[in-house]
Design a protein around this ligand. Structure first.
Ligand code: KG4
Ligand code: ZN
Length: 357
């Protein structure tokens, strides 16, 4: 079978991204010694262009939806062009189009969705609507297609903090979600409060590098109903109280210790739920995805928790953690391959701002 290509577009928040992803199934198998097929190389990311809007939103300390959608409108054509040029392929060579359908900012989603629908209509190729949160999980499978199920997957980003039980590939059961802020949102808000810049997660990571995480103790939130939900608003309030009581500012000597303590509290809150969910659901593997999964402290704690329990795990390379179109393309291929029927040429795709319940 000839390799097939798809163009994926992501515009759910403040990154405009386009990727060309090739399905190599049946064309490219790496063989191991003894000609035993152990590595299945069935997906190639030929390009993954990400144009961030960080500079546009930085003065406001968070994403301004109206500015985001206007910027997507300006960026989508050049980003798609660059992604095709990098892949060395014309639009006419695409067999499918894939696009983020939701959740996200409605105005931003509509830019990518309308663009992809237009291309699909013109080239008479099917377009697949892809769920952004599920795509964050899929990004972890890109390097670990062999991961065993049931898997426990945590998506932790600026807009989402959700725990999924995946009994098998492409089956997502939500078993916990945040009741208030997402973890990345809490990091971004504390960075904003201290006037450190946007996005807060990577800035906090850098400033906290040499800090003492034990200097400022944080109590962790406990759900009274023993659910696997998360809550970060209490940690945020505690952080603001500590800042005020200790007169911590962006130039204080105690800032690295404070940020290390806060970052470590967020990591402990996330890990605590992963560990509890592991005890309840006995998964065979662990998965982590989303922008906050770039965080070094979280990655180290996650790997340690998996190793201590003897569980295999999947963790995307840092570039594939934050929003990007390659993860949309990867999930689209997984769905196309699993589809029992031919994907129809025309589908009614509407953008959705929130995850379906
Ligand atoms: O997945 P993503 O790009 O967008 C959403 O779907 O929300 O995640 C963005 C979030 C932001 O909150 C940002 O502060 C956080 O990911 N983030 C990090 C790091 N890099 C990005 N948080 C902690 N440490 C990092 N290194
Ligand atoms: Zn995301």
């Amino acid at each position: 079978m000839n390799p097939r290509h798809l163009l994926a577009i992501e515009s759910s928040c403040d990154e405009t991204s386009a990727a060309v992803v090739r399905d190599d199934r049946g064309t490219d198998y790496r063989e191991c010694a003894g000609s035993q097929r152990v590595v299945r190389d069935d997906l190639s990311i030929l390009s993954n262009i990400v144009l961030s809007q960080d500079e546009i939103h930085a003065p406001y300390g968070g994403v301004v939806p109206e500015l985001a959608s206007r910027q997507h409108l300006k960026a989508v054509t050049p980003v798609v062009r660059e992604s095709l040029a990098t892949a060395g392929l014309p639009l006419a060579a695409m067999d499918f189009f894939a696009v983020t359908q939701g959740p996200g900012l409605i105005g931003s989603l509509l830019v990518g969705l309308s663009f992809a629908k237009g291309l699909a209509y013109y080239y008479r190729k099917p377009v697949l609507g892809i769920d952004h949160v599920q795509a964050h999980i899929e990004s972890a499978f890109i390097d670990r297609p062999d991961l065993v199920f049931p898997a426990l997957a945590l998506v932790v980003s600026g807009g989402h903090t959700s725990l999924f039980l995946m009994k098998k590939k492409l089956r997502y059961q939500v078993i916990g979600r945040t009741r208030d802020d997402a973890a990345g949102e809490a990091l971004d808000k504390i960075a904003k409060f201290l006037e450190l810049g946007y996005p807060g997660g990577p800035i906090i990571q850098k400033l906290a590098e040499n800090g003492d995480p034990g200097r400022f103790p944080f109590g962790l939130p406990r759900m009274s109903d023993r659910s696997l939900d998360f809550s970060f608003s209490g940690l945020k309030t505690a952080a603001i109280r500590i800042v005020r009581e200790n007169g911590i500012g962006k130039d204080s000597a105690s800032l690295p210790d404070f940020l290390a303590s806060f970052e470590s509290a967020v990591v402990r809150a996330l890990l605590g739920n992963i560990i509890r969910a592991t005890e309840i659901h006995s998964p065979k593997s662990l998965v982590l995805g989303g922008g906050v999964a770039r965080n070094k402290r979280l990655r180290a704690a996650f790997e340690k928790a998996a190793a201590e329990r003897g569980l295999p795990f999947a963790l995307p390379t840092p570039k594939l953690c934050t929003d990007n179109a390659a993860m949309i393309g990867a999930l689209a291929w997984a769905k196309i391959k699993a589809a029992k029927k031919k994907i129809p040429l025309s589908q009614d795709l509407d953008a959705y701002p929130r995850s379906p319940r």
